[in-house]
Design a protein around this ligand. Structure first.
Ligand code: HPA
Length: 307
């Protein structure tokens, strides 16, 4: 064995305590999520020359919006390193990069949910990838049950705030400060300017927009009427099974958030009829045109705000 080689096979030097500035759960070791999200972002960038600053998560029935982007690159989630697979009906499972007018955007056709058995960290992983891609604004859409009486079937509602009743948070465990602070602010989780712009554009389009507080539950069962009475009493206007882990992860990295719900049904017990997923999908399909019109109007304004 040459002297050179043997010098290389010596026991490795101990890492200097100054090699990482990333604090650990217990002692400062990151868990690799930053690197995994970086790998996914690199892969996405290897597939397209676009560098979107706006990303969208298109919930139940809304995925079609991304089919209308110009000059698209469509990447199945299965091809993106570490990306979770969507198993929910109405969620195509593709990331579509393209343009809305002149604005580059990344649209997720479907998301993963906690009720599919994924952890909150996995549910929020795509948002980590967006953070690594340099995304500055995130538009989250979802289907929700209407708790507030004015929120009738088919209404679009801008989310003003949320109540996390999912019992989990994607940020538990070691904090990687390259993403954000250990304890980050959620006072203005839903960007005030984005909300104003959306209400503005909805009015211009004659849509009549409301704002409301979204309560996130684990699902997959719909709520009981007693649970809906409880949610109303604590200040919730809408109820759903998604969005909140993504908002938490986005705000952790300073990404500005717009959330819009489509009220696909009156929440349990409000009408004297059972809930079913078909009704949710049918309503989402019925208001898809309005929803897409609103997104098209809002995206240029958001692009200006994050330029
Ligand atoms: N409850 C929870 N999630 C939902 C509902 C609902 O009534 N409608 C659409 N998603």
């Amino acid at each position: 064995m040459s002297a050179k080689k043997s010098s290389r096979t010596k026991t490795p030097r101990k890492a200097s305590p100054r090699t990482s500035l990333v604090p650990t759960g217990a002692r400062g070791v990151a868990d690799g999520e930053f690197e995994r999200a970086g790998n996914a972002a690199d892969f996405i960038f290897s597939q397209t020359s676009l560098r979107p600053r706006i990303a969208l998560v298109l919930g139940s029935g809304l995925g079609a919006f991304a089919d209308g982007f110009a000059g698209t690159t469509k990447i199945p989630y299965a091809k993106i390193p570490h990306f979770p697979q969507s198993t929910a009906i109405g969620h195509a499972g593709k990331l579509v990069i393209g343009k809305v007018g002149a604005i580059p955007v990344a649209g997720m056709q479907g998301r993963v949910h906690l009720y599919e058995g994924y952890s909150a960290k996995v549910v929020a992983f795509p948002i980590r990838v967006f953070a690594r891609m340099g995304v500055k604004a995130l538009i989250l859409t979802n289907a929700a049950g209407g708790i507030k009486r004015e929120f009738s079937q088919g209404r679009l509602v801008v989310i003003s705030d949320h109540i996390n009743l999912q019992g989990v948070n994607p940020l538990t465990g070691p904090n990687d400060e390259r993403f954000g602070l250990r304890f980050h602010d959620m006072t203005a989780a839903y960007d005030k300017r984005f909300r104003e712009m959306t209400v503005d554009e909805a009015n211009r389009l004659g849509l009549g927009m409301y704002e409301g507080v979204y309560a996130a539950l684990l699902g997959p069962s719909y709520e009981t009427p007693a649970e809906i009475r409880y949610l109303r009493a604590i200040g919730a206007d809408l109820v759903g099974m998604s969005t909140v882990p993504e908002v938490i992860a986005a705000r952790h990295s300073g990404i500005r958030v717009l959330g819009i719900s489509c009220v696909t049904n009156a929440a349990a017990g409000i009408l004297d009829q059972p809930l079913n997923h078909l009704e949710v999908l049918e309503t989402a399909e019925r208001v898809k045109g309005q929803f897409i019109g609103l997104l098209k109007a809002v995206i240029p304004r958001i692009a200006e705000a994050v330029a």
